[in-house]
Design a protein around this ligand. Sequence first.
Ligand SMILES: [Fe+2]
Length: 609
Amino acid sequence: MNILGISAFYHDSAAALVRDGELVAAVQEERFTRRKHDERFPINAIRYCLQAGDVRDGPDAVVYYDKPLTTFVRLLRTYLQVGPAGFRSFREAMPLWMNRKLWIPYLIERGLGELGYRMPRDLYLTEHHESHAASAFFPSPFASAAVLTFDGVGEWATSSIGVGEGNRIRIDRQMLFPHSLGLLYSAFTSYCGFRVNSGEYKLMGLAPYGEPRYVDHILDELMDLREDGSFRMNMRYFGYVGGMTMTNRRFDGLFGGPPRLPESEITRREMDLARSIQVVTEEIVLRMARHAAATTGQRDACLAGGVALNCVANGRLLREGPFARIWVQPAAGDAGGAVGAALYGWHQIAGGTREPDGVTDGMSGAYLGPEFSGEEIGRYLRHHGYAHEEVPDPDRWAHRIAELLAEGRVVGLFVGRMEFGPRALGHRSILGDPRSPSMQSIMNLKIKYRESFRPFAPSVLAERASEWFDLDVESPYMMLVAGIREERRTGDDAAHGEDLRTWVNEVRSEIPAVTHVDHSARVQTVSRERNPEFHAVISAFEDLTGCPVLINTSFNVRGEPIVCTPEDAYRCFMRTEMDHLVLGSHLLDKSDQPSWTEDRRWQEDHVLD
Ligand SMILES: [Fe+2]
């Protein structure tokens, strides 16, 4: 039985295919269209999933990840409530609803028809938070667990607490719009001059530079937070109900002036705001978790929804929270809704079995996207006459890459199936030497084209992780932040100036390029079973240097989705100052390549994103 899950029309459209309970493919539309966070109908993603699953006539059922009619009613009711003030926002929102969102079944049928598939008789719509909850629990390794979801907003729900048991999930409690942890965090993201729905990471990365001096303001003025983690927001400070902005003048008054302009200098105020909202977020997540543990009696928990991408909060929940283990859906945002919807179809609707072993999850390392054979890559390179060397022996291959990294070169690694979700996990990654104090700046300025205060993330051999980080569980999806071990830390925490730039290049540990200002790191643990190629490269690097850690950043430049095809990878390689490119068993040296003629404007466009 083939079940197709679809999420679309909000941000990060995606498709997923579940066959007889097994997740066989999942991919975001942006990877094909090359438009970041593409929210359009995911026709390319659907095509890929059905082809990858070798589906002949069409899927047996389609499950869409939310209920547009319910959301529509919520919008109408909100607009009626706010009256004429909401008219502009209403007018701008309506065309998308009239032309798209209210016609989901028709659009799905038309899309499948265009691809030559028939529409199945069974089309289901799940609630948005049911999709998130399903994406959290069903692929988790647990037989039963508490299930927590939190995001901006679905139909009405903004967070939920429930239980997963066997092949069923049940949602017990929900918090409703406009009171929303995701929207609260996004309001601060926007106020600090970052883009809503993508700049939240930057705000989280900025937090360790600041002091939590606005926490009382937030708790006293902006919200009424209860012991169980639920809260009501004081909507007098926010503009998102019927308005065009997240925050309003009253909010400006509370935090000392107008919002920061995008790309302008980051001041102490933004650092302190970032830290303060991070502290409040962690407090809310912890209270919700304690309440969920008490009411469900579960030992373990599963998380999804955009707020579950806050890996700092996840790390704290693991260390200080009530649960023995937590599992976070790697595509915690709305893309993961496609996976949740398809699994919901199999388990909850069709009653399909589920037999977790308590250890292995059902996400296959998130390696659920397109892959390209050595044959295809070779043909591509030969066709274009791109100089390359083939190294078929796996040991020699890993050793060669490790040597380049140890010499300080930056290497793009492209192997196997593309990752699903926002993180690159060693199949579409740019790698570097984390011991180098200058590597963070080099990679930010020459490869990613961003001036960033955020350090890169480390990938570490799973068996060595606890020797380098305060982490005693696996973190295969980079969803946890952990401290660098005390004995690996260096330097002193002398007083810092006001200027962020003076902080960025400070050496704080043996692996400075991946060490944040508070000695934390967003860790990926790499196991041999799950990821043999990447594991071999890091092992070879350890043999050469004694360090089982590499910098791992996603294979793309700022403003561009992660590369999908060998062609995307080659283009990104040539457009940046990356030194080497690994396409499967093929190694490419930048200095051997024909010159790349392209308008330099492309880079400038991306710097401004
Ligand atoms: Fe969501």
